[in-house]
Design a protein around this ligand. Structure first.
Ligand code: SF4
Length: 360
């Protein structure tokens, strides 16, 4: 196949990409709407998360909070509950806060203006460009991980995709390619190409609609791109938590709203110190975090969970309340609840991994 240098043939590139996208795009519920709020919700959910996981969450979320007004008026706990299991909970908290800003200060309409929209809580360069282009056809290039990979291969870019310092280079190339007549469609087509054809491993170049323009394809170097900066190995933290029974109730604590898993509920616990046993750490952490003494401590199970930058191994104990009044040192709230009521609260994934083992 004859190679067409991309810089000189960028309109042919756009036409080939958009023709392919019109014919082969996957069905997704947010592709059948021009409602900017719905498009925004989908874009927030799709960050760091696979399409197939997002579909159900998106439909539930829109059914529960069909517009900005419903979202702004809902208690944060309800929003987190609908988001439960999707991870990266700051996304839900920011969406909720942003909805309140829109209702209280922006006439209740998602702003059709990049600069105003970009200032909302949780909105970064990517989501501002994606929402403004898809919902309002504004000419902004959205650059996510999929698009960086495609661009890196098209242009044989040496800039590492996982280095923030390279962001401007990727943005510049994506903007040069952008179809200014149909920016929303173009951005979606690039994302779709990255997700379904120009995949991280084994890209299907022979059926790629833009292979005539691709430097990596024509030099058979697809596997060398994108480049990545070496990252440190992911650390693993060892944690002990205690399910404290008082009669038929257990104690749960709520994490502070900012930070990891902010606003979610969990059982009290904390890190196991060097040289400390998990059981001793559990008793110590309960005392430090909620000021209670416990007895009859028994090992329940071990669960593991991986976050983006670290992993945790959690030893879970059950025990009985012995003495003390709850005084919080770390959590923002605590409640004694029936075990059956646990599912009324937004819980981290790691808690779901053992909660069915608890005695009701
Ligand atoms: Fe990606 Fe291959 Fe298409 Fe190039 S030809 S954009 S490497 S799928």
């Amino acid at each position: 196949m004859q190679k067409k240098p991309l810089i000189q043939h960028s309109q042919d590139f756009r036409d080939a990409l958009l023709d392919w996208f019109r014919d082969y795009q996957r069905e997704m519920p947010w592709r059948n709407t021009d409602n900017p709020y719905h498009i925004w919700v989908s874009e927030v959910m799709l960050q760091q998360t696979q399409v197939k996981k997002v579909v159900d969450y998106y439909e539930r979320f829109i059914e529960r909070f069909p517009d900005v007004q419903h979202l702004a008026a809902a208690p944060l706990q309800d929003v987190l509950k609908v988001w439960e299991g999707l991870g990266y909970y700051a996304r839900a908290r920011n969406l909720h806060k942003a909805a309140q800003v829109i209702v209280n200060a922006l006439d209740g309409e998602v702003p059709r203006d990049y600069a105003t929209f970009r200032k909302l809580p949780g909105v970064g360069d990517y989501s501002a460009a994606a929402v403004q282009s898809i919902a309002f056809n504004e000419p902004y290039a959205a650059v996510d991980g999929n698009i960086k990979r495609v661009v890196a291969r098209l242009f044989l870019m040496d800039a590492p995709v996982n280095d923030a310092k390279s962001a401007k280079q990727f943005q510049k190339h994506a903007e040069a390619l952008l179809d200014r007549e149909a920016p929303g469609l173009f951005n979606q087509a690039m994302m779709e190409l990255g997700a379904t054809v120009c995949r991280p491993q084994s890209p299907t170049c022979l059926i790629c609609p833009v292979n005539a323009f691709c430097e990596a394809f024509h030099t058979a170097r697809q596997d060398e791109f994108p480049k990545r900066r070496e990252t440190k190995p992911i650390p693993e933290h060892h944690i002990a938590v205690g399910v404290i029974y008082r009669g038929d109730e257990v104690l749960i604590t709520q994490r502070q709203l900012d930070g990891l898993l902010g606003g979610l509920w969990e059982f009290p616990g904390g890190r196991i110190a060097d040289g400390e046993t998990a059981e001793t750490a559990c008793v110590r952490n309960i005392s430090e975090v909620v000021n209670l003494s416990v007895r009859n401590i028994k090992y329940l199970t071990r669960v593991r969970h991986a976050f983006t930058h670290f992993k945790i191994v959690v030893d879970v104990f059950v025990c009985d309340y012995q003495s003390g009044e709850v005084v919080l040192n770390g959590p923002r709230d605590a409640k004694w609840i029936q075990v059956e009521a646990l599912s009324d609260y937004p819980l981290p994934r790691v808690t779901h991994k053992f909660k069915d083992k608890l005695i009701v």
